[in-house]
Design a protein around this ligand. Structure first.
Ligand code: F6R
Ligand code: MG
Ligand code: MG
Length: 367
């Protein structure tokens, strides 16, 4: 439908510069040129290309709806041509997230992360796109809970008539491929039973009580798709703001508490999620600490007016400082839990290969 616009955020790590720390300019240029062509051909209304750490982030608007073959094909081809450049420059991990050679119509389940929503633009439509590096798909559970269900974070849940009814949460079980819906605030305790376990249960979307989409996330878990460790998922998410939704400041506020997420070095450690500007989204210390960036746009008939780099604000300086203090404290644990992930999560890293070599050395305890 022409009066609806689709916002698609599709990302992949197709090669890092240097190591896994950042993105090379030539890959960004290639993606911009390709999306520019697609805009001229009127496949896209608008686009913005950026990077979070070693992840190439394609932000696009169009009229084709979510899960559209043309859009997914376009992004897959861009990731392939960027992989080719990454190979020429011998960047690190070229093509890392493209888990298949054959494109099948939808990039879901093939490596790239995807968050898409179709919406009817309001008179003014502020959206924030969150993108993270060196962390896992469950990283949005806590901030989304705070934005849409915690009155200590979102004053509007109490004060604003438009938010007072609460929100509707769609939660996915990514291991069993099932989903469940909860109403907040009436079913908050039921919701928290699941979303506190971020490795398995993920908030896929949030809706207002009248059914309007409020937020959507990527829930792709690379290790579950590939059956082995291939780097962390590095998720993305889209949140609508103001009016019937939390205000921009309420949407950003959860990131002042640096929460602890999976990821960091070798995708095998817990560390604090640091809110940073795009320029500072280059995790170098112990391949971390994990980063999150937030780009704000006003949509204008599909045009992406912006971005504003929302964490480029001294208001987040203390959160960043706290992240460094927390990272120091976690790092002092070295290979010990709870810095290193618990054994059941290490199953999806490279550690089992090392353990296999030692398995025959175990003896029964004497009676
Ligand atoms: C984390 C990540 C990096 C790598 C690490 C080792 O998501 O991608 O921390 O796991 O740099 O990389 P390799 O094994 O490729 O040398
Ligand atoms: Mg990488
Ligand atoms: Mg990455």
């Amino acid at each position: 439908m022409e009066d609806k616009i689709t916002l698609s955020v599709i990302k992949a790590d197709v090669g890092g510069f240097v190591g896994h720390s950042a993105m090379h300019e030539e890959l960004l240029d290639e993606a911009k040129a390709r999306l520019g062509d697609a805009q001229k051909e009127e496949i896209l209304v608008d686009f913005h290309v950026t990077a979070c750490g070693d992840d190439l982030e394609l932000i696009m608007t169009h009229h084709k709806g979510v899960d559209n073959n043309n859009i997914h094909q376009l992004t897959w081809e861009i990731f392939e041509s960027c992989t080719e450049i990454a190979r020429q420059l011998k960047l690190y991990g070229a093509g890392q997230d493209l888990l298949s050679d054959a494109f099948s119509g939808n990039v879901k389940g093939m490596g790239p992360g995807v968050a898409e929503m179709e919406l009817k633009e309001r008179e003014a439509e502020p959206v924030i796109i969150f993108m993270a590096d060196k962390t896992s798909a469950g990283a949005w559970n806590l901030p989304l809970y705070k934005m849409f269900a915690d009155p200590f974070n979102t004053a509007g849940l109490i004060i604003a008539p438009s938010l007072h009814a609460g929100f509707h949460f769609e939660v996915h079980d990514v291991k069993e491929q099932k989903r469940i819906f909860f109403n907040a605030p009436d079913e908050l305790y039921d919701l928290l039973v699941f979303i506190g376990a971020m490795g398995r249960y993920m908030i896929k979307a949030v809706y207002s009580k009248n059914g309007n989409i409020a937020a959507v996330t990527s829930t792709q878990r690379l290790a579950l798709i590939a059956g082995k460790y291939v780097g962390k998922d590095d998720p993305v998410g889209i949140v609508r703001c103001q009016g019937d939704f939390p205000a921009v400041g309420e949407v950003l506020e959860p990131f002042t508490m640096p929460h602890i997420v999976e990821g960091f070095m070798r995708g095998s450690h817990y560390g604090p999620l640091m809110p940073v500007s795009v320029n500072q989204a280059t995790p170098s210390r112990f391949d971390g600490p994990p980063r999150v960036i937030a780009l704000g746009f006003q949509l204008a008939n599909g045009r992406l007016i912006g971005p504003r780099d929302m964490f480029d604000d001294p208001g987040f300086d203390e959160s960043r400082r706290m992240c460094n203090i927390l990272a120091d404290q976690m790092r002092r644990h070295g290979p010990f839990e709870p810095h290193r992930l618990p054994m059941e999560e290490m199953e999806y890293t490279t550690l089992p290969q090392v353990m296999k070599k030692l398995q025959d050395r175990w003896e029964k305890l004497p009676e």
